[in-house]
Design a protein around this ligand. Structure first.
Ligand SMILES: [Cu+2]
Length: 137
């Protein structure tokens, strides 16, 4: 074996660990699919331009919904009780927030007592205008 052959073998021997290392560590391997998106425990509804954003939120029971009034004027969150009757209106002054926790599965329709109409003395889904819904699973 001549000197050139020895150098070639040494050179290849030096490269082989790098080659295998390079194959083995291409960086973290993340899955490309993650399964269903988990339902959030807490959802935030932003009140802006006399609109609840998003208009519909879904949470798991035991979770909460936070309403943030970012408008420079008053609103409210006036929910039904899940059976078509009114619950308690929650006034929300400019810049204020309120949090409601839902211990059991239920669907609650709500509206702003200032900016919704056609509620016909109920707090049900018949309201138009500034309305929203909370689905508790
Ligand atoms: Cu309002």
């Amino acid at each position: 074996m001549n000197r050139l052959q020895i150098l070639a073998i040494c050179f290849l021997a030096t490269l082989s660990p790098l080659f295998f290392t390079g194959c083995a560590f291409d960086g973290p391997q993340y899955p490309t699919t993650y399964g269903p998106t988990p339902t959030p425990v807490t959802s935030v509804v932003t009140i802006s331009g006399s609109t609840y954003i998003p208009g519909s939120v879904t949470i798991v029971h035991g979770g909460s919904v936070i309403w943030n009034n970012t408008d420079p004027y008053n609103h409210s969150v006036f929910p039904d009780n899940g059976a078509g009757s009114c619950a308690t209106d929650i006034p929300l002054g400019a810049g204020l927030s309120t949090t409601v926790t839902y211990p059991s599965p239920i669907t609650i329709h709500y509206h702003c007592s200032i900016h919704a109409s056609a509620c016909n003395a109920t707090c049900a889904a018949s309201c138009t205008g500034m309305v929203g819904v909370v689905v508790v699973q």
